[in-house]
Design a protein around this ligand. Sequence first.
Ligand code: GN1
Ligand code: MG
Length: 360
Amino acid sequence: MRSILSHFAIPNEVADPQPLKIGIINDSFIVRAVNPGERSYFLQRINHHIFQNVEGLQQNIQKVTDHIRAKLIAAGETDIERKVLRLVPTTDGGLYYCTPEGDYWRVYVLIEHATSQEKVTPVSAELTGEAFGRFQCQLADLPFDELCESIPNFHNIEFRLWQLDEALQTDPLHRKASAADIIEAIDRRRDDMCLAERLFREGKLPKHINHCDTKVNNILFDEAGRPICIVDLDTVMPGFVLSDFGDFMRTAANTGEEDDPNLDRIHVNLEIFEAYTRGYLREATFLTDIEKQLLPYGCRLLSYMQTVRFFTDWINGDTYYKIQYPDHNLVRTRAQLRLLEEQEIVAPQMQAIIDKFTNV
Ligand code: GN1
Ligand code: MG
């Protein structure tokens, strides 16, 4: 492990890397400074089975963090090193180090005195909405095609439906016969759910840089409980703002669990919806009218997309998502489908909340 560190431009003396139990995609380690007051670091092995274009991924992160840093400097902010991540280059100026065995490693400067949260409250939902709104706003003038899709077609529902159709054709474990109701529910909504992709092709809906993993645990908070920095930039890529809004609501504005076996527990938490929306719209001042109007649709789109992705994985024999019991992906599918149905029911209330904050 120390030999990995020797390939990075770390000027100060550091201790041995200590493994951290965060995230399930990359392996993470903390590398503490030996002398007090000096920089510590965050070392990660990048999962290159999921992120197959590590060069493109690292370029994305460098562009996004440079862009945000320039914005913070221009705004006269202080404490900038805690407000945006900084990649540490390799000794020959690269953005990552690849070992002879083919493992990919990167190093960030560690953000000190920061905490993270797993569950939101209405107060933290509003702060989180502001933080993701500010993040999108800081990146709104970075042309979306300057970044690559670190996972190609990640939030493209047409592609996800194509993947499902492929899986259903093969049906390797003969599972589809027992899930006709799910297939029907997905099919019935196909046309509606591909609206965003159609609007993009018609030039009516723009793409922007999105985070694409807008969970509250991807925000670092300071000691006073205020968001300081957005982390986990692996999926930052071009897409619709609906992705980030919708994925937060999918994960946080649900009274049940993502994989809740008891569907009666699943409802939309409108209090969280309203709090996040208030914070988000306050900061995301770049949004066009159509983007604002489509935000409730964005919630449904992300729940639908996750339904399709879990279901595809179940049909395929559980090759992508880790499962804890045999039909876990089927249970996840049904829970996400129920969330979608609940979001359909409260769509008018969601729209009224959006309208209240946008004065239309
Ligand atoms: C994966 O591992 P996690 O929870 O950060 C997935 C997301 C899904 C989520 C569903 C790279 O994210 O897109 O929404 O599972 N990330 C990737 O729980 O596929
Ligand atoms: Mg994550």
